[in-house]
Design a protein around this ligand. Structure first.
Ligand code: GDP
Ligand code: MG
Length: 296
């Protein structure tokens, strides 16, 4: 059995979402992996095959997709930091677009990461066969990829091969998520992730690493095109609760407003978001809470 976290990396429009939809569909873990210490977003979980199977946990690493020439070095550092805790990189490129500065940026980031990398050359349905081999050779010269797999995420061609190569490149280990925490309600998990992300962005020092977000209630009003959500931000100490709430409640308001706006945009509904902050000393050592979070 193999399992691990896979960072899916690639420029916008190369087909990452199309691939993820075909391999994991709507199923994602109900909860965040590990202590939610990074801004990385959980994209989906795939339980692969019987026997020699594995569990593939796909993670988004936001820093890596957007090269920014002026801040080039800094961006590579950010990208690098985003890869902490990752077991494998899936680099996706578009067979139909020319190799450019953005591809160069991503390559530099993965060279620094010191992780195994599987390369998927997507959209092979758009190009002549004769174009694929030179691309494979180009990438082969750049980096010792664990595997290079031409695919068409849209048509499903090569996707099984890619899955097999990903499993093979993961370390041996038990599944990270139990079957029963994998859900077809990804919106709830997304809401928790987004609140968590805002806490991460706006607080400092140990707070981001000491907090977790639970969705307590979720009520959909289809006729009003509205979802009411209640969520709890769990922290480790009373002092952290003070930081998350902020002077006069300003910080919590900011976290709530930003999370609500982002969720409204993604889900395309009106959101009422109620946030609570609770202190649970030593929650990271508490088996029950960790189990609820899907860590144990
Ligand atoms: P992302 O930005 O990397 O997540 O890319 P998307 O998955 O959103 O795909 C961007 C566009 O490329 C969409 O219009 C997809 O339909 C298209 N696309 C994705 N995979 C393929 C493929 O294998 N072949 C073709 N022809 N189009 C694809
Ligand atoms: Mg996408």
């Amino acid at each position: 059995m193999r399992s691990g976290f896979i960072a899916i990396i690639g420029r916008p429009n190369v087909g990452k979402s199309t691939f993820l939809n075909s391999i994991v569909g709507e199923k994602i873990a109900a909860v965040s992996p590990k202590p939610q210490t990074t801004r990385n977003r959980l994209l989906g979980v795939r339980n692969s095959g019987e026997g020699e199977g594995g569990q593939l946990v796909f993670i988004d690493t936001p820093g890596i997709h957007k090269p920014h020439t002026k801040m080039h070095k800094k961006m590579v550092d950010i990208a690098f930091a985003a890869l902490q805790g990752i077991d494998l990189i899936l680099l996706m490129v578009d067979a139909a677009s020319e190799f450019g500065a953005g591809d160069r940026f991503v390559l530099e980031a993965i060279k620094k990461a010191g992780l195994p990398v599987v390369l998927a050359i997507n959209k092979v349905d758009l190009v002549r066969k004769g174009r694929i081999l030179p691309l494979i050779e180009l990438y082969h010269r750049e980096f010792p990829f664990a595997a290079i797999v031409p695919i068409s995420a849209m048509l499903g061609d090569g996707v099984d091969d890619l899955e097999r190569e990903l499993v093979e490149a993961l370390p041996e280990g038990k599944p990270i998520f139990a079957e029963d925490v994998i859900t077809d309600q990804p919106e709830r998990s997304l809401a928790a992730e987004i609140v968590r992300e805002k806490v991460f962005i706006h607080t400092h020092e140990e707070v981001p690493y000491s907090s977790a977000v639970f969705i307590d209630a979720w009520e959909e009003f289809e006729d009003l095109n509205r979802i009411d959500i209640a969520a709890t931000i769990l922290v480790d100490r009373a002092s952290q609760k003070g930081i998350v709430i902020g002077r006069g409640g300003q910080m919590l308001k900011r976290i709530g407003t930003e999370a609500r706006k982002e969720l409204e945009q993604i889900l395309n509904v009106k959101i009422y978001l109620e946030l609570w902050v609770k202190v649970k000393e030593g929650w990271r050592e508490n088996d029950g809470i960790l189990r609820d979070l899907g860590i144990e």
